[in-house]
Design a protein around this ligand. Structure first.
Ligand code: AKB
Length: 321
């Protein structure tokens, strides 16, 4: 029976992936951890402990004590925040990942690792439309550089030490449960919250900035599908492209207006615009579809409906508390 450790369970991906993995593997088999407290459902619904992945000694003790067989390492400093403190972000993103890879190398029981990469591995010299799996990669952000280096390390540990590391290049993720923090694609979550709360939003990207975005349920499904795929079907041991939707801020605005006619938007691009300008607009994920059946359920229309409904519920609950 699997015993799964989640690092970053309070974060945007972790808070939803933990719930899904507990459904599949049983609550007692999924150990949620973070450096901060998580939402009550994560902390009460199964084992939860405060754990800092930078503390390699505590990490290895934790893994041995709980007989962990799989690790999902989801903690990272995202693109916008990393540009503010580049050296610190590099240190956190790389050293935390190396701690996980080393634990997997040292502890025989650990059989599988998930580590998230990002579309940030691409740069201004990459073809921006339908970006292929294999292409030019010259990222210009510290986050992108750390993700590209991370991908190379994943492949290295797989080839050299036979560690079954799996990874996805996530596009911007849109979710209502836990907001992202410090990323360039965060606008695509903020816009929904602002529409419901304030009826207006000042976007930090221009109206025509197309980026690959994905609704969280599709991202969770992709992650689990990749992790459950037969190892022999996987031809990529760095990180797989997944694309989802290619959307501009003006298109999300137009979709929200169908539900909230008075919703208005203004555009004040900041430093994150120059990051977005180096990233792909759309992604070719045919290799993921071929190797492990990657597919998506949601489009802009269905995602917008759910986002608005769930955010309304969440905000009403907060008012009642
Ligand atoms: C970010 O904007 O930094 C992240 C990402 C695309 O990896 N959401």
């Amino acid at each position: 029976m699997e015993r799964i450790l989640i690092i970053g369970a309070a974060g945007q991906i972790g808070s939803e992936l933990t719930i899904e993995l507990r459904k599949r593997y049983g609550s007692d088999h999924v150990f949620a951890t973070d450096i901060k407290e998580a939402s009550p459902d994560i902390m009460i619904g199964g084992p939860f402990e405060l754990l800092d992945v930078m503390d390699d000694k505590r990490l290895i003790h934790f893994v041995i004590r709980h007989k962990i067989t799989q690790i999902y390492h989801l903690a990272a400093v995202l693109s916008g925040n990393a540009e503010k403190l580049p050296i610190q972000a590099w240190h956190i993103n790389m050293n935390s990942m190396m701690n996980i890879l080393e634990v997997a190398k040292m502890v025989d029981e650990v059989k599988k690792i998930f580590w998230p990469s990002s579309i940030a591995v691409f740069g201004p010299t990459t073809p921006r439309i339908n970006t292929p799996q294999l292409t030019v990669m010259e990222p210009t952000t510290v986050y992108g550089i750390s993700k590209l280096a991370g991908e190379r390390w994943c492949e290295y540990y797989y080839n050299k030490y036979d560690i079954d590391v799996r990874s996805i290049r996530y596009p911007g993720l849109i979710s209502y449960k836990t907001e992202a923090g410090g990323g360039t694609t965060d606008y695509a979550v903020e816009i929904y919250y602002s529409a419901v709360k304030n009826g207006s939003y000042d976007c930090f990207l221009t109206q025509d900035t197309a980026l690959p975005l994905l609704f969280m349920p599709d991202a969770i499904k992709a992650t689990v599908d990749l992790m459950e795929a037969e190892p022999s079907s996987l031809s990529v041991r760095s990180a797989y492209n997944i694309g989802g939707l290619s959307i501009k801020p003006s298109e999300i605005h137009a979709e929200i207006v169908k539900h909230i006619p008075e919703f208005s938007i203004s555009y004040t691009p900041d430093f994150r615009q120059s990051i977005a300008d180096t990233w792909p607009q759309s992604i070719d994920d045919s290799i993921s579809a071929r190797d492990w059946g990657c597919s998506y359920q949601y489009n802009l229309e269905s995602m917008t409906e759910i986002m608005l409904e769930e955010i309304r519920k969440k905000l009403n609950l907060e008012i009642l508390r």
